[in-house]
Design a binder for this molecule. Structure first.
Ligand code: AHG
Ligand code: MN
Ligand code: MN
Ligand code: MN
Length: 335
């Protein structure tokens, strides 16, 4: 049951039993994410006042320069999930390998692993533009009571039990799904409480916004170029509007509310695009499908891709049903 303005805490408790494995463990895990999100939100809000802007001085395993807030958010999510003893393993965009949690004598009794993009859109931190956090949750597949293995993290997206994001925007929202629709909660900063503000979020079937980094246009495959030209044509309800923030979370959030398509294609210079299958594409694909949208990596459904490595990148197209279907028609011409 959902009631507008109920708190996230109330919502988690009331909906716990509708979840198929309702042991309470997943609820504790979502609660831990809620807590870490509030801590990161507090820090993001101070950017410009305290020394959290700029590069941290290291690069992550994917060759990206880590920003101070990338490192801060990564540390906060990992320490919160570890200290509250709610997961058996964590993988993060900012960590070389996965982390196995050995919390106490009754080691590894937890069933869930979490994969996170702790700070999405780091290039936007220094210029006061919205950033986010993305999370993806699976049940482990190796036996409970043993250390987690790589295979626990390399599961196809359709095995996710929950996924969501936090958007640190004009207001801070936590949006998530446990496979029963998508609900969005807005933080009241004075009280530190998330309230249900966007029950049962849905992509409109049609949209008028396309989101892509057009600076890469000359490198795109012909099918994508043709679709972009289609979006720009004056015909019917076109041209569409171009909107690209450069934070996947924010671009996705806007498109889900207003109707639109997000594209990060492969190109002649980036073999697999840029976005990470496990930390970015799978959780967003789960949310999209739960909200009546579509997410594909080209020919295939994102959530059917069998991952082969933690930091794998894939092309990503996601959004309103009819827009993604139209894109597929253009892609099919060149297959
Ligand atoms: P992150 O900050 O977690 O590394 O992710 C950045 C991603 C994503 O948020 C965004 O949509 C995309 O990179 C933007 O890439 P371009 O600057 O190449 O457009
Ligand atoms: Mn990054
Ligand atoms: Mn990201
Ligand atoms: Mn990131």
């Amino acid at each position: 049951m959902t009631r507008k303005h109920q708190t996230l805490g109330e919502f988690i408790i009331e909906n716990q039993t509708s979840f198929q494995y309702s042991s309470g463990e997943l609820s504790k895990l979502i609660n831990a994410i809620r807590l870490a999100a509030k801590v990161v939100n507090h820090e993001v809000n101070k950017a410009g006042l305290v020394d959290v802007i700029g590069a941290a001085g290291d690069t992550n395993i994917q060759g990206e320069d880590q920003q101070k807030l990338d490192v801060f958010a990564n540390d906060k999510f990992i320490s919160t999930l570890t200290n509250r003893d709610v997961v058996c393993g964590i993988a993060s965009e900012e960590e070389d390998s996965f982390i196995s949690i050995n919390s106490n004598d009754e080691q590894h009794q937890n069933k869930y692993v979490v994969l996170i993009d702790p700070l999405d859109g780091s290039s936007n931190i220094d210029v006061n533009v919205s950033v986010g956090t993305i999370f993806s949750i699976y049940r482990r597949i190796t036996p409970v009571g043993t250390p987690v293995q790589l295979e626990d993290f390399l599961q196809p997206g359709h095995q996710q039990v929950a996924a969501g994001y936090v958007v640190y925007g004009t207001s801070t929202m936590l949006v998530y799904t446990t496979g029963d629709g998508v609900n969005g909660f807005t933080l009241n900063p004075a009280l530190g409480t998330f309230y249900l503000s966007h029950p049962n979020m849905q992509f409109p079937e049609d949209g008028k916004i396309y989101s892509v980094n057009e600076g890469n246009y000359v490198h795109f495959l012909q099918g994508v170029k043709d679709y972009i030209k289609y979006c720009q044509q004056e015909e019917g309800d076109r041209p569409y509007t171009s909107r690209y923030i450069g934070s996947l979370v924010s671009d996705f959030h806007r498109n889900m509310i207003k109707g639109g398509i997000y594209m990060y294609p492969k190109s002649s210079v980036t073999e697999s695009g840029k976005l990470r299958l496990l930390y970015e594409c799978n959780p967003m694909a789960f949310l999209a499908e739960q909200a009546n949208g579509i997410a594909i990596g080209g020919k295939t459904r994102i959530m059917d891709i069998q991952p082969t490595e933690l930091h794998q990148r894939v092309p990503f197209f996601c959004g309103s049903k009819n827009m993604v279907k139209k894109l597929q028609e253009f892609l099919a011409k060149y297959q």
